[in-house]
Design a protein around this ligand. Structure first.
Ligand code: ADP
Ligand code: MG
Length: 248
């Protein structure tokens, strides 16, 4: 089975229209519209507090938009519960269950969906193979390195073959060498699975190395959406030019 077992048909097409999210008087996300092609790797890039996580939480269904619309493969998902969306998510602080083995962590979303034990074990093993952790199923999270834990979190996010993978600064807790290794790992996984990825980061270099296109956010508003190269050559405004120029 191996990687075959977790390969989805094709990545999801995402269409976000006029998305707003207010917390009291604060507009955390302000009129965000993005179209994401099936299989695209999009980075949401911006400084702290620019609304990146809030956009992701609305895509995942953990936050309900104040206004606007989210279409996934043409279906209006704006108010759909998270478990009804075919989405995998990796959080900044890889929230593995410390009391569960690697196998049980990875299989957890399958258990939630009522899938039987034998099938859970088979699919969890396939997902662990994709992140190159075959043979680690019986370990506990405390016995793993930071990078291995984040790979377990990735395996858990892809175990039920989502067509959209959301990642919120998944590498920011890792040291530089490990971060670069994991960037390659995530790129490999993206091209192997053909999945659509929305990757949140505040790191310009990370966005430029990983993404097909980059959306720059500031104060909840999109400043520019373009391929990495174009951000350099034709920044849409002073903020985009300055923010990309801050690299290194
Ligand atoms: P980023 O991920 O880019 O750092 P966030 O999306 O987390 O930004 O936050 C955007 C803004 O919304 C920030 O000013 C933040 O303080 C505020 N915010 C985020 N979540 C909440 C919440 N649940 N309640 C109130 N304010 C929030
Ligand atoms: Mg955030």
């Amino acid at each position: 089975m191996g990687e075959e077992a977790v390969r989805p048909v094709v990545g999801a097409r995402i269409s976000v229209r006029g998305l707003d999210k207010a917390f009291g008087t604060l507009k955390a996300v302000d009129d965000v519209s993005i179209d994401i092609a099936p299989g695209e790797f999009l980075a949401l890039l911006g400084p702290s507090g620019s609304g990146k996580s809030t956009v992701l939480m609305m895509l995942a269904g953990f936050e309900v938009p104040t206004a606007g619309q989210i279409l996934i493969d043409g279906q209006d998902c704006t108010r759909l519960l998270p478990q009804k969306r075919n989405i995998g998510m990796v959080f900044q602080h890889y929230s593995l269950f410390p009391h569960l083995s690697v196998f049980d962590n990875v299989a957890f979303p399958l258990k939630m969906r009522g899938i039987g034990r034998v099938e859970r074990r088979r699919q969890a093993a396939a997902a662990l193979e994709v992140v190159r952790l075959q043979g680690y199923g019986d370990r506990m999270p405390a016995q793993l390195s930071g990078g291995q834990r984040q790979r377990v979190a990735l395996a858990r996010a892809i175990v039920y073959k989502p067509r959209l993978l959301l990642m919120d600064e998944p590498l920011s807790a890792l040291d530089k060498n490990l971060r670069e290794e994991m960037q390659l790992e995530i790129k490999r996984l993206h091209s192997d699975l053909g999945i659509t990825v929305v990757f949140v980061t505040h790191d310009q270099g990370e966005a430029l190395t990983m993404a097909d296109r980059i959306a720059i956010l500031r104060g909840g508003r999109i400043q520019q959406i373009s391929p990495a190269r174009e951000l350099y050559e034709r920044p849409a405004n002073l903020f985009a030019a300055g923010f990309i120029g801050e690299m290194n």
